[in-house]
Design a protein around this ligand. Structure first.
Ligand code: ADP
Ligand code: MG
Length: 242
């Protein structure tokens, strides 16, 4: 039986009077890739941030591998749930290799030699083996984001969350990051990806969730999503991006 990696049940979230999540329900199996689409302000980032306890919520529950995250310490949860942000979460005073080994050594207490070996393998995966000594200031946006992905992978996360990982990049740098994300997807990691990259969504997603106004309006495999949008709002969205 496939284990459920994460399940959200009836999540409600308010910022003051503003209700940004109005009852979110979804679950995904281990190894699945879920892409979240939707207009700006619809609550996409807030969902990701609730999953790794960067936000609290008023109502509902989130289960990670069957355990209610309300009973978990943030640091224990975040060891297993990695996040890649739009703005790269890289330490500017550490070189590339040091960025990758920092969390495994500090948080997981991985022996340094082992952490370095793992980091070098990951740098190879993201095509940056030759940049291991480079400082972040010497790298392009695309290279920084690839370091960001390798840094998240260095913790061996069971689930990886991506929040518009290519939105801050110059167009010519988007491809190299998507290519790395496709590679990560192939490796079997469970992923939730908020993106506007339709090609990626179409090719990589097992399911696409479409959000608007704090609700999931459609949850379907890509083929069905693009061929048979279930409501006017999704139809219009598919039309404008198609
Ligand atoms: P998306 O990622 O889909 O663009 P967000 O989840 O970031 O949307 O935001 C959903 C809504 O919540 C938006 O209206 C946004 O302005 C609001 N919001 C997000 N974070 C905060 C915050 N920390 N305080 C107040 N309002 C917030
Ligand atoms: Mg967002």
């Amino acid at each position: 039986m496939t284990e459920e990696i994460v399940r959200l049940e009836n999540i409600h979230k308010q910022f003051g009077p503003l209700e940004v999540l109005k009852g979110i329900d979804f679950g995904m199996e281990t190894g699945q890739k879920v892409v979240i689409l939707g207009p700006s302000g619809s609550g996409k980032s807030t969902i990701l941030r609730c999953i790794n306890q960067l936000e609290t919520f008023e109502k509902g529950a989130i289960y990670f591998r069957g355990l209610d995250i309300a009973g978990m310490k943030a640091k224990d949860l975040r060891r297993q749930v990695g996040m890649v942000f739009q703005r790269f979460n890289i330490f500017s005073h550490l070189n590339v290799l040091e960025n990758l080994i920092e969390a495994p050594i500090q948080v997981k207490k991985t022996p340094r030699k082992e952490a370095v070996e793992h980091a070098l393998a990951l740098l190879d995966t993201v095509g940056l083996a030759d940049k291991r000594q480079a400082m972040p200031s010497q790298l392009s946006g695309g290279q920084l984001q690839r370091v960001g992905i390798a840094r998240a992978l260095a913790m061996d996360p069971a689930l990886l969350l991506f929040d518009e990982p290519t939105s801050a990049l110059d167009p010519e740098l988007v491809g190299e990051v998507l290519q790395v994300m496709r590679k990560v997807a192939k490796s079997g990691t469970s992923m939730i990806v908020v993106t506007h990259e339709m090609g990626f969504a179409q090719d990589v997603a097992d399911r696409i969730l479409f959000m608007d106004g704090g609700k999931i309006l459609q949850d379907a495999p890509p083929k069905e999503f693009f061929k048979n949008p279930n409501c006017e709002r999704v139809r219009n969205f598919v039309k404008t991006i198609g």
